[in-house]
Design a protein around this ligand. Structure first.
Ligand code: FES
Length: 94
């Protein structure tokens, strides 16, 4: 099963392939922050330090929100991620 490593705390969670990062985090009290949960506020911006190719590709709306929320190259919205393989994430700089 895919693993999510939360670099903020060092904890690792196993998930089914195709799991929504948002749903998993909210159901399991994972160390990730969310606001609107619908892709518009940028609170959930993360950087995937390993396994960036193991999640869904961003759409234009996500890219716009990321650009507004952080200057970090390649950041993603946690509330829009679908986890298909092992990833490591940390909060994006704001
Ligand atoms: S929680 Fe608002 S953009 Fe993800």
């Amino acid at each position: 099963m895919p693993k999510i490593t939360f670099l903020k705390t060092g904890e690792t969670h196993e998930v089914e392939a195709g799991t929504s990062f948002l749903d998993h985090c909210q159901s399991n009290n994972a160390p990730a922050d969310f606001g609107c949960t619908v892709g518009s506020c940028g609170t959930c911006c993360v950087v995937i330090t390993e396994g960036a190719d193991q999640v869904n590709a961003p759409d234009d709306e996500e890219l716009e929100t990321v650009e507004m929320a952080t200057g970090e190259e390649g950041a993603r919205l946690g509330c829009r991620l679908v986890v298909n393989g092992d990833i490591s994430v940390r909060p994006a700089d704001r």
